[in-house]
Design a protein around this ligand. Structure first.
Ligand code: ZN
Length: 483
């Protein structure tokens, strides 16, 4: 493919093409890191690569700026390999095919990996330039960001002198991200005793479905219903009105996805059957009313099912449902610094009744470490009260918004120069590598931004060609203004 004269700066697009010529999905980053190491070698630039295939390339400051503090320019080497399910292409060995499509660059039938190849391409163009004015540069290319930020987590930051960092891994032009949430996963387990299925019982399959779900970082502010919580609330209410026995309960697959469908099987005495069915209809109406704006398709259905072998005892059913009922869910705190930003939240993404225990998992997020800990403690306490236990996994640090940030001030001034307007300052409830770097490098001053990217992690991913020139100019202007 030939880049047209509209693809500027050509240096950035040429590096983008070179980087895209090798497959580089998460976990498959040796070849793309080789390209970066070769690049440094050919230009006589000092280079460091570690066991994770993280690459750091050092460049001295331009004339008269050699003694300034270095600036880190950072992005990740790995991409999400998305393709159509019936496409036979093997993205672990076949490179993507770039296509210019009007104002956009995309890939033929696959994701583009503009997230985050464009950051690496821009950094290489800056390292390659002989005319830019800049402080010493430490270009840091990490790996396996998309699967858990493992490269950034494993990087030995003692190889870096920089205390200010430009992370080029955001997708909305004109927006500077200056904070993100930290998080962890909480896995809980409560024992449950079973007994023989009694005489005179009627069993029901109960389903809560029709919800929109979504990502527990980006969509938690939309107040969408959680099918795990809605079914728990209905069943808990039923258990207060009649002896109820759980048989099956299952909803959600990932802790970081808001569950959109949960299915339960329960048994009640024959004499309570009518009451149970009426209650199900009543709660179907309640949920349709409460969620009419966020999830207009929600429904709760209860259908008579067949005879079963066993049930959880009435006593343990009550205990489990009470625990699920009182568990918090969704937004816990909003930021008082940035309007509309969720500060602390949790999502019960997975709910599963096994033979002798109930298991449920949460994604807990907060940009304030103490609130993340407090919320985890609350989950532990509620679970412990029911005789259960909780463990945490995959903890990652947040990135707290700095009140004073010379880098942010320089970026805002550079934005005015390049765009002639004001950039938006924001933070995200999702996770960014900036959090890991801020945690490991005390006092790190950092912002995240990037060119226009749409539908990342999907076959529709596309990069706004014209935005690349503007964001490149912005980056060069920031480097010029920093001292
Ligand atoms: Zn990314």
């Amino acid at each position: 493919m030939e880049f047209t004269e509209n693809c500027k700066p050509l240096s950035v697009f040429k590096f983008f093409e070179a980087l895209s010529s090798v497959p580089h999905g998460s976990g498959n980053t040796k070849a793309i890191s080789d390209i970066c190491v070769e690049f440094a070698k050919w230009r006589g630039l000092l280079c460091y690569r570690d066991d994770h295939n993280n690459v750091v390339i050092y460049k001295e400051g331009s004339a008269c700026r050699e003694n300034e503090e270095p600036v880190i320019i950072q992005g990740h080497l790995d991409m999400v390999c998305a393709k159509h399910p019936d496409d036979p292409m093997d993205m672990s060995v076949e490179p993507i095919q770039l296509v210019i499509d009007g104002d956009y660059l995309r890939a033929e039938k696959t994701s583009l990996g503009g997230d985050d190849t464009i950051a690496v391409a821009m950094a290489l163009a800056i390292l390659d330039s002989k005319t830019l004015s800049h402080p010493p540069i430490e270009a840091v290319f990490t790996t396996d960001e998309e699967t858990g930020m493992f490269g950034a987590a494993g990087l030995d930051v003692s190889v870096l002198r920089g205390r200010r960092m430009l992370n080029i891994d955001s997708e909305e032009e004109g927006v500077f991200t200056v904070g993100c949430s930290g998080g962890l996963r909480a896995n809980c387990e409560i024992p449950a005793a079973r007994e023989k299925y009694g005489d005179g019982l009627v069993s029901y399959d109960v389903t809560v479905s029709g919800l929109l779900g979504g990502h527990s970082g980006c969509d938690i502010d939309k107040e969408r219903g959680s099918s795990n919580k809605l079914i728990s609330r209905f069943l808990f209410k039923a258990s207060k009105l009649m002896p109820l026995r759980l048989i099956e309960l299952q909803g959600g697959e990932f802790d970081n996805v808001i569950p959109s469908k949960t299915v339960a099987t329960v048994a009640v005495s024959g004499i309570d059957a009518d009451k149970f069915e009426r209650l199900a209809k009543e709660y179907d109406g309640i949920y349709k009313h409460e969620l009419s704006s966020s999830d207009p398709g929600v429904r709760l259905e209860a259908c008579v099912s067949g005879v079963k072998a066993e049930t959880v005892t009435v006593k343990d059913t009550e205990k489990l449902l009470k625990t699920l009922y009182i568990m918090p869910q969704g937004i816990q705190n909003m930021s008082m610094d940035i309007k509309g930003l969720v500060q602390t939240s949790l999502n019960m993404g997975i709910l599963r009744l096994e033979h002798d225990c109930l298991k449920y998992s949460f994604a807990v997020r907060s940009s304030v470490l103490s609130q993340k800990k407090e919320l985890y403690d609350r989950i532990c306490t509620i679970t412990e009260d029911a005789g259960g236990k909780t463990t945490s996994h995959g903890e990652y640090p947040g990135w707290e918004i700095k009140k004073d940030s010379p880098l942010r001030d320089a970026a805002l001034a550079a934005y005015r120069d390049v765009y002639g307007g004001e950039a938006v300052i924001t933070a995200t409830h999702g996770g960014l590598e900036c959090g890991l770097f801020a945690d490991k490098i005390p006092g790190l001053d950092c912002i995240s931004y990037g060119p226009e990217l749409h539908d990342i992690h999907s076959v529709n991913e596309r990069l706004g060609i014209a935005s690349v020139q503007r964001v490149y100019d912005l980056t060069c202007r920031i480097l010029q203004l920093l001292h």
